[in-house]
Design a protein around this ligand. Structure first.
Ligand SMILES: [Zn+2]
Length: 363
């Protein structure tokens, strides 16, 4: 496919930064390694879909295209059936995102245990890795997937649903409605205060356009896209796999190991953004992951600019963007108002137990 690799390499290096500027999750452009000082992108600056709320201007603008937006409205536990602490999650709560799981999957949750909550209290709100670790711990102990051929590990969920399931577990844990996370903002329509409540049902997701959905294969959880239909002289159908939480976890692990080896290492955030879509799995074994990622990088580096632009368009259009905003009806004027997701007391307050006692001390 590629005749002149050197030329192409130069061309790509010259061109990619332009696209990077436009890419919603890739604020830094990769620079040609020889001439430029490597730009540091810290591991915490690389944002994978599962990492929960990080709000940026692009996401906010994108959000405003109302017709893409899906949300849940109903009270989650109205018809809940409780057995032995484990409860089947009614899949309709996933809304339009339900299509990204095979039909025979059943999700189960149980309330966070005292042990998990104790663990939760160790979260360091300022440290993304700490929040990440404890979020995963909650899922590990309180979330399960059952399929017609047996159970599947918790990390098989799509990365964008992680925070949704965590909030579901939270709501099940505090089923009596104590421990609400709320904050107020003025209604842009009438200036009266609107109270926003952080619940799974109030999360909003930016969905792919309906006209690209026929290219999604539900039973295999893959996208199959024929580049020839878009005038690209490429042979064969492009297969893209959904970005699962497992892949996010293993990419983060791989990144962390690379940083340990060489703290001033330069990563290409565009490559990292593409990675989970182009590999069905990413090994948790560092040697294998390294080989897989290197192999993908070779392919990624071989794309000409048209191919890159096409792939970038595809990823931008098929991704589900989570967790940017909450929606609430203004009690005064009835307008539907949105607000950026906030944790007024940090993510650690999500599973903080409310004590009936008067607090001892100020710390
Ligand atoms: Zn209002």
């Amino acid at each position: 496919m590629i005749e002149n690799e050197n030329n192409l390499e130069q061309q790509l290096q010259g061109q990619i930064p332009e696209y990077v500027e436009e890419a919603p999750e890739a604020p830094e452009a990769p620079k040609p390694a020889e001439e430029q000082k490597p730009k540091k992108i810290h591991v915490d600056d690389i944002h994978l879909p599962s990492m929960g709320p990080r709000i940026d201007k692009d996401a906010e603008d994108k959000f405003n295209q109302e017709h893409h937006i899906s949300r849940l409205g109903e009270s989650i536990f109205k018809n809940a059936e409780i057995r032995d602490g484990w409860m089947d999650v009614d899949r309709q709560y996933l809304g339009e995102r339900d299509v990204f799981y095979p039909e025979d999957w059943q999700f189960k949750i149980r309330p966070a245990t005292v042990e998990a909550i104790r663990n939760w209290s160790t979260i360091d709100d300022e440290n993304a890795n700490s929040v990440d670790r404890v979020f995963n711990e909650i899922l590990k102990s309180c979330f399960a997937i059952q399929t017609s051929t047996g159970p599947l590990p918790w990390y098989n969920i799509n990365a964008w649903d992680r925070f949704f399931f965590i909030l579901l577990i939270r709501e099940y844990t505090f089923i009596n409605g104590d421990s609400k996370i709320e904050y107020s903002e003025d209604c842009p329509n009438c200036d009266n205060p609107v109270t926003f409540t952080l619940t799974s049902g109030n999360l909003l997701f930016d969905m792919p356009d309906p006209d690209v959905m026929p290219m999604y294969n539900r039973s295999k959880r893959i996208w199959e896209i024929d580049p020839e239909e878009y005038g690209l002289p490429m042979q064969g159908v492009i297969t893209l796999w959904l970005p699962t939480l497992e892949k996010d976890i293993n990419i983060r692990q791989w990144l962390a190991t690379r940083y340990q080896e060489k703290p001033d290492r330069n990563f290409d955030p565009v490559l990292i953004r593409f990675l989970p879509w182009f590999l069905p799995k990413i090994s948790k074994d560092d040697t294998i992951a390294q080989r897989q990622i290197r192999e993908f990088k070779r392919k990624f580096d071989s794309w000409d600019i048209d191919t890159f632009k096409f792939m970038d368009d595809v990823i931008t259009n098929i991704i589900v963007t989570p967790d940017t905003k909450l929606i609430q009806k203004c009690p005064t004027c009835g307008e539907e108002v949105t607000s950026l997701i906030r944790f007024p007391d940090g993510p650690s307050s999500l599973f903080a137990m409310e004590s009936k006692f008067k607090k001892f001390g100020k710390k």
